[in-house]
Design a protein around this ligand. Sequence first.
Ligand code: IPM
Ligand code: MG
Length: 357
Amino acid sequence: MEFNICLLPGDGIGPEIVEQAVKVLKAIGQKFGHEFVLKQALIGGEAIDKTGFPLPEETVEICKESDAVLLGAVGGPKWDNIDKDRRPERGLLGIRKELGLFANLRPAKLFSELKNASLLRPDIVDKGIDLLVVRELTGGIYFGQPKGEEVRDGKRVAFNTMIYDEDEIRRIARLAFELARKRRNLVTSVDKANVLDVSQLWREVVEEVSKEYPDVTLNHLYVDNAAMQLVRDPAQFDVVVTSNLFGDILSDEAAVITGSLGMLPSASMGEKSPALYEPIHGSAPDIAGQNKANPLATILSVAMMLDYSFNLKEEAQAIEQAVQNVLAKGYRTGDLLEQGKQLVSCSEMGDLVCKEI
Ligand code: IPM
Ligand code: MG
């Protein structure tokens, strides 16, 4: 089979980690007889430097013509003082909106080989962490109107609007329930319904949707409690569904308790293809260009792509198994190094995974 993939390496460590993921794609292509046709486009700071815009029109076109998109990372201190409408992050928000990627799936899973890396107490970690944050990605306070900054009564004020319509809530809720059916049949919806009107509607609509899924258990948590429960007892969670802003915050928290930010992939999807895959970590400008970064989150993002976008389950499984094997053999990039393990570079890690495949 032939698949068209658009690569958006982006900034910081983006190019070096995407390079490793490409090696892995090629290894899979060879082993299973697929052709992955790769195109590359500009996004983020690199795009600003070369075109003046964080999301050039050409990039949107190439993405729309592809079957899937693989993104590295965007942003860095070099572009921190640019006008806010032109910052690298705008590129990422823009491509999500352009491709209609309303759902962001962020699995947070503890790799048994990396238990010691978790920041939580061993008795908490021993119960396991295997949850999936399903974050609404194209609505809520990130995009709500009105927003802006102005002067009122001689004072500067700034404002954003947290707004959802029932259709937006319904489609993300349905996806969460569908995904829960493939996991452990439990959905936790996170909101702030004790204070926010928008959260009250959120809760109402999620309740309505849950009637279509009598086999899935639904519970609700306020976001402050959810943040606390995530560190107190993460094993209680299966699928967590929430709005854009709460999901942004909780997915970082869920990721970091596994201790291995450098290991976690993500998928952003809409009603039609292409979906976009990216590691959940950022551009790590402090180690960029030094061949030190951990490419495994990007490599595992490719596994998610093969599974979700191309329905290549066996191939996805082969990548996950290869990553497990490399970890089991004791190879680690700097972020996960412990006593007795062997330090490898970003490119060596990519080669090791390919060898296992
Ligand atoms: C993320 C990031 C982005 C977000 C930024 C870079 C715009 O934090 O993907 O979680 O807030 O969505
Ligand atoms: Mg974030």
